[in-house]
Design a protein around this ligand. Structure first.
Ligand SMILES: Nc1ncnc2c1ncn2[C@@H]1O[C@H](COP(=O)(O)OP(=O)(O)OP(=O)(O)O)[C@@H](O)[C@H]1O
Length: 649
């Protein structure tokens, strides 16, 4: 599907010989190609400012790499490198001579001698205050960038390279895949990260807007004895690739996959933490992938190398292509399906082009459509009115929900593993819901602030009663991961940053998942609280043993004197005890020991009583997750926060 082709640019029109009516002189009507539209509105695809553009470029390339490796069931290895290119280096790269400023006052970062003096004095004062605060152990705020530091001219360029071990691309498709907006291989009804056929082209449009440099693609597919190399940019007005080089080269290594390289303007300083956070999130959600992230610059202290190692060899199965659900199609879609179907008659069409319509169900539906319809009628001969009738029936009839079999959720096992390995939380709870294959994870951290403002507001909205789950919002740090898989995620924009909470089924599934996780956490937290209380009770009782023994022993001693001097006679058991005191069989020490034994006994009995009441009759248990024995792997991992068992068959 290439929507781009239907929209002609003014240039395209000039060239075409078609007899379209001439534009009236006073008309203000204009057309835009999809590439022009997205260049003008790049914010809707997550390309807002240079920093965000760098971040979104990384995201788009990484997600394409993962999609590609997963499509052939290959454990992904993704190497992403961001190389900083300072302006002087960039200029020499493009053959632009360095220019010494002549008229300083022309520049945005110009400051007069007086202003400079004032600024330096202010900065010195701030530094002094900060030094004082640091000595007092107070928190020191990051200094705000001064005008001289943040001049608009301080552009930085970055070469972003992403290499994967995925499927690679057919040689002839590469130019359109990267140089034609709204072209891709992921429009079908299949769960993939990519969907719009836009991301890589947005990165290219941004490189064209900011550096003017082309994108370079190297690709090799399994079984190909060559490597494809393509250097191209995009003709924005016509929305077509502008190819510089497109050739087959000798294959030097046994590699299949793709390597994409692009030079763009960006801002590493402001987006460093967001990019690293994203890489970590990807490592959490895809623990079966290996990520190598590198930031390289001329200043070695700025360089970053992070390797997120693979923690499991078990990846979710490849998602399956599915068909449309009859309740979810519109008129346009039915017409398209009719045009594209290979089935001859209406019965076969209904039965094979939709999910949840069996043969007998199709027969009943055709019966319900009216006398104009029959099983054998040619589907391509349906009139517009008849198609409307089918559509109306699809809207009114009752169909089973789609099964979700075509989806491949990350699964509790993978999410849990990813979270434990990357975030080392204090506690984790996971829950996997059905229907939307929603899997939600809630982790509970003591030390690391995790939620961003937006996420916390969202979770807050979902769950206002943390207290009832024994979660202390002021003290406890809570992280929530929700993984939603679908053939079509209802993102709010092509930047794929948000999904709305207006789709009630998704909102309800997410809420239930979070509540389920909270309930699991609650029982873990309660156990911990009770264990702490038990320890405290014992400590409190033991604390008084010396004083209590002393007091009792003094009284017994006094009584034994009275008894021995016959000033007061005690009988039976009392006399026996007092004699033992006189004969040093009962001493301060033996009394202390007995009391300690008693405290131990009482404590044990109380713990036992609690355990019987709450149904805990053993040591606290930790759930372990066993991966199913599907796929090629001949082993199974038993995963717990403290150990992993790998059992080979
Ligand atoms: N690393 C890669 N390996 C193999 N194919 C790739 C790779 N990167 C891109 N492609 C191909 O190029 C197409 C276009 O990619 P692009 O990022 O523009 O869109 P998309 O991934 O399909 O959708 P979205 O815009 O939602 O990300 C993809 O559909 C895919 O077929």
């Amino acid at each position: 599907m290439e929507i781009g082709e239907s929209s002609e640019s003014p240039e395209g029109k000039k060239k075409s010989k078609s007899k379209t009516p001439r534009k009236p002189k006073d008309s203000v009507l204009k057309q835009k190609s999809p590439a022009e539209f997205f260049a003008d509105n790049k914010n809707i695809a997550g390309f807002d400012n240079p920093g965000k553009c760098l971040y979104t470029t990384v995201r788009e390339l990484v997600e394409n790499a993962l999609d590609s490796a997963e499509s052939i069931s290959k454990l992904p290895i993704v190497e992403i490198t961001i190389e900083e290119i300072v302006r002087s280096k960039f200029n020499s790269m493009i053959g632009l001579a360095e220019h010494e400023r002549v008229d300083e006052e022309l520049y945005d970062d110009f400051e007069s001698a007086k202003a400079r003096e004032k600024r330096l004095a202010k900065e010195a004062r701030i530094q002094e205050i900060q030094a004082k605060n640091a000595n007092l152990g107070k928190k020191v705020k990051e200094p705000v960038a001064s005008k001289a530091m943040k001049g608009r001219g301080e552009t930085s360029y970055y070469r972003v390279t992403c290499k994967d071990n995925g499927k690679g691309m057919p040689h002839d498709d590469i130019p359109n895949m990267f140089g034609r907006v709204l072209s891709g291989t992921k429009y079908g009804l299949k769960q993939t990260r990519g969907k719009f056929g836009l991301g890589a082209k947005m990165a290219l449009i941004w490189s064209k807007m900011s550096t003017g440099l082309p994108i370079e693609i190297t690709s090799s597919m399994k079984g190909q004895n060559y490597t494809s190399f393509c250097r191209l940019d995009i003709d924005i007005h016509r929305n077509i690739p502008h190819i510089h080089v497109h050739e087959k080269q000798d294959k030097k290594e046994r590699w299949h996959g793709a390597e994409i390289q692009i030079v763009i303007e960006g801002n590493w300083t402001t987006y460093r933490s967001k990019i690293l956070h994203y890489m970590r999130q990807m490592a959490v959600i895809t623990p079966y992938a290996e990520f190598l992230f590198r930031f390289l610059s001329d200043a070695p202290d700025k360089n970053v190398t992070v390797k997120f190692a693979r923690r499991t060899d078990i990846m979710p199965p490849v998602p399956l292509e599915t068909k449309y659900h009859p309740s979810a199609v519109d008129l346009l879609l039915i017409k398209r399906l009719i045009a594209e179907t290979s089935k001859q008659n209406l019965l076969q069409f209904l039965q094979h082009e939709f999910v949840n319509i069996s043969k007998s169900h199709a027969e009943r539906l055709i019966g319900e459509m009216g006398p104009d319809f029959s099983h054998k009628m040619l589907v391509k001969s349906l009139t517009s009115q008849q198609i409307v009738r089918i559509h109306q029936l699809f809207r009114q009839a009752k169909f089973d929900d789609p099964s979700g079999d075509c989806l491949s959720p990350a699964g509790e096992y993978n999410l849990r593993l990813g979270i434990i390995k990357e975030l080392h939380p204090d506690m984790v709870a996971t829950y996997s819901g059905s229907g939307f294959a929603t899997c939600s994870v809630l982790k509970y951290l003591k030390a690391t602030p995790f939620l961003s403002k937006l996420e916390s507001v969202l979770v807050e909205k979902m769950l206002s009663n943390w207290n009832s789950y024994k979660i202390n919002q002021a003290q406890d740090k809570i992280g929530v991961f929700v993984s939603i898989v679908s053939t079509k995620i209802p993102f709010k924009g092509t930047g794929k940053e948000y999904i709305g909470d207006d789709i009630s089924e998704i909102a309800a599934a997410v809420k239930t998942s979070i509540q389920q996780c909270c309930t699991q956490l609650k029982s873990k937290i309660l156990k911990r609280i009770q264990a702490r209380e038990q320890q405290e009770r014992k400590r409190n009782l033991s604390k008084y043993i010396p004083n209590v023994t002393g007091a009792i022993y003094d009284v017994l001693k006094e009584m034994s004197h009275l008894h021995a001097s016959k000033r007061k006679r005690y009988t039976n058991e009392d006399a026996e005890v007092l004699n033992k005191v006189s004969n040093h069989i009962i001493t301060r020490e033996t009394l202390g020991e007995k009391l300690a034994q008693h405290v131990e006994q009482v404590d044990y009995e109380m713990a036992l009583e609690y355990a019987t009441q709450s149904g805990v009759n053993e040591e606290p248990r930790e759930n372990i997750y066993i991966q199913t024995l599907e796929g090629e792997s001949k082993f199974v991992d038993f995963q717990s926060p403290v150990f992993v068992f790998r059992l080979f068959q």
